[in-house]
Design a protein around this ligand. Structure first.
Ligand code: RNT
Ligand code: ZN
Length: 416
C-alpha cells in the first residue's frame, strides 16, 4: 500500500472523505497578489515612492521591473503551487505601450489588455484593485476623504474607471472579478475631527458605486485597517466604517489579518461576517508586531482561518486572496511559500473531522475535543499533501526549492 493509501485510511477512520476533500481544494481559487514580485512598485514609472503607510523592506536582487519579467516570475511561482489560481493586480500595474500614458483617473480597459491575454492563456480569472497610494494626488495622505474637492474628484473618477475595468476583466475571462477598495486615508496624530473625513469617504464611495455595473460579475469589496506607518492615530476606513458601509450597501467586506490590534484574530471574525453577508473577502498575510506583511507561514492563525472557512461550509462564499510583500528574500520563493501554505492550511482544515468536533463541543465534551484535536496534529498530513501535489503536476517535496535556485541563477541574477 502506498503512503497515500495508508494515510487515507487513517483519515477515513475518522469519517473524513479524503477524495472529496482533495476535489474541493483543487476547485477553490486563491487570488495571487502580483505585487509580491516587485515590492508594490507597478509600471507607471512616475518615480513615486511607495506611500500609503505600507512598506516593503529588503533589497534582494532580481526584482521584476517590467511586465514581461513580472509575468515570467508569476509563471515560475504558479508552476510550483497546486490548486486553482486567480491573478490579482493593482491599477498601478497598467501596461502602456508606444509611449502612451494615462493617469489614474483616465485608465481604460485597453491598458490592461496584456493582463487579460496573460490570464486567458492560463485559464485564470483576474481580480483588481484601484491604487490609492504612490501618487502625487494623494494630498497630505488623503484621497477619497480629502477636504479638497479636486482631490476627491480625481480619486472618485479613479474608482469609477477601475469598476469599468473590473467588468472588462470579468467579461473577458468569464470569471467574476473581485475589485477591492482600500485607501490609506488617516492621520499621524490625534485628529480634531473624526466625523468629517468619514462622511466625505462615505459620500465618495457612494458616488463611485453609483455607476452601473453588473453585480453578478463584479464584486466590490471594501478593506478596513487600524493604522499604517505615519498614519498611527486615525484611519478613516476603520473596521466599523467598512463593515457597516459594506452591509448597508450590499458590497463585500474584506478583512486583512494584518489590519487589527495584535490580539484580535480574523479567524474569530469570519463566522460573524458570514452570518450577515452572502460573500466575504480575505487578505491573508502575516503581521509581525505590526502590519509588516511577512510571507504567510503555516502558523496557527492561518490554519484557524482555513478551519473557519471549511467548517462553515463557506469555500464558495469567501474570496481568498494573498497580500504580503517581502523584499528581503527571493521574491518568487516568497510567493511559493505563502501560497503552498494557504493550500496546506485549507487541506488540513478539510482533513479535520469537523462535524465530530462540533458534536463534542455541543455535548460539552471538551476533554475529548482537546485530546482529539491534539492527536490530529501528528496524523500523516504530509502524505496526503504530497499526493495532492503529484495529482496537480507540482513538485511535492522540498525539491521545489531547486527550481527556485535554478531560476535565480539563470534568470533573476542576470537582471540589471
Ligand atoms: C494595505 C492593504 C492593501 C495593500 C494592497 C497593496 O495595508 O493591506 O490591501 O496591501 O492593496
Ligand atoms: Zn490587504
Amino acid at each position: 500500500m502506498s503512503r497515500y493509501e495508508e494515510a487515507k485510511r487513517k483519515y477515513e477512520a475518522l469519517g473524513i472523505d479524503v477524495e472529496s476533500a482533495l476535489q474541493k481544494l483543487m476547485n477553490t481559487p486563491v487570488s495571487v497578489h502580483c505585487w509580491q514580485g516587485d515590492d508594490v512598485t507597478g509600471f507607471e514609472n512616475a518615480g513615486q515612492a511607495l506611500s500609503g503607510g505600507i512598506q516593503t523592506t529588503g533589497n534582494y536582487p532580481g526584482k521584476a521591473t517590467t511586465p514581461k519579467e513580472l509575468m515570467a516570475d508569476l509563471d515560475k511561482a504558479f508552476s510550483l503551487v497546486p490548486g486553482k489560481k486567480k491573478i490579482n493586480i493593482h491599477a498601478c500595474y497598467a501596461i502602456f505601450e508606444n509611449g502612451e500614458f494615462a493617469d489614474r483617473d483616465a485608465l481604460k480597459p485597453c491598458h490592461f489588455a496584456k493582463w487579460v491575454e496573460y490570464a486567458k492563456a492560463r485559464g485564470m480569472g483576474i481580480d483588481f484593485n484601484p491604487t490609492y497610494f504612490s501618487h502625487p494626488m494623494v494630498k497630505d495622505g488623503l484621497t477619497l476623504s480629502s477636504p479638497d474637492e479636486n482631490v476627491r474628484k480625481f480619486w472618485i473618477e479613479h474608482g469609477k474607471r477601475c469598476i469599468e475595468i473590473a467588468e472588462y476583466f470579468a467579461n473577458e475571462t468569464g470569471e467574476p472579478c473581485v475589485i477591492n477598495f482600500w485607501t490609506p486615508d488617516g492621520y499621524k496624530d490625534i485628529p480634531a475631527d473624526r466625523f468629517g473625513p468619514r462622511a466625505r469617504f462615505k459620500a465618495s464611495l457612494d458616488e463611485i458605486l453609483s455607476i452601473p455595473y453588473d453585480k453578478s460579475k463584479v464584486y466590490v469589496t471594501l478593506e478596513s485597517k487600524v493604522f499604517g506607518i505615519g498614519v498611527e492615530s486615525y484611519t478613516v476606513g476603520s473596521a466599523e466604517f467598512t463593515l457597516t458601509y459594506s452591509t448597508k450597501n450590499n458590497i463585500t467586506p474584506l478583512m486583512d489579518n494584518g489590519h487589527y490590534h495584535p490580539t484580535e484574530l480574523v479567524s474569530d471574525k469570519v463566522s460573524s461576517l458570514l452570518l450577515f453577508n452572502e460573500k466575504i473577502a480575505l487578505h491573508i498575510t502575516r503581521g509581525v508586531r505590526w502590519d509588516s506583511d511577512h510571507v504567510v507561514i503555516l502558523d496557527d492563525e492561518t490554519k484557524e482561518i482555513a478551519k473557519e472557512i471549511v467548517r462553515n461550509d463557506a469555500l464558495d462564499r469567501v474570496f481568498i486572496a494573498t497580500d504580503y510583500f517581502d523584499a528581503s528574500i527571493n521574491r518568487v520563493s516568497a510567493w511559493v511559500v505563502g501560497l503552498r501554505n494557504i493550500q496546506k492550511a485549507l487541506l488540513s482544515a478539510l482533513l479535520t473531522p469537523n462535524a465530530k468536533f462540533k458534536e463534542l463541543q455541543d455535548n460539552n465534551d471538551f476533554t475529548e475535543l482537546m485530546a482529539m484535536q491534539e492527536e490530529l496534529k501528528t496524523y500523516p498530513f504530509g502524505d496526503i499533501w504530497e499526493h495532492y501535489c503529484e495529482t496537480q503536476g507540482v513538485i511535492a517535496g522540498a525539491e521545489w526549492f531547486d527550481e527556485i535556485k535554478k531560476y535565480e541563477n539563470e534568470v533573476l541574477s542576470k537582471r540589471g
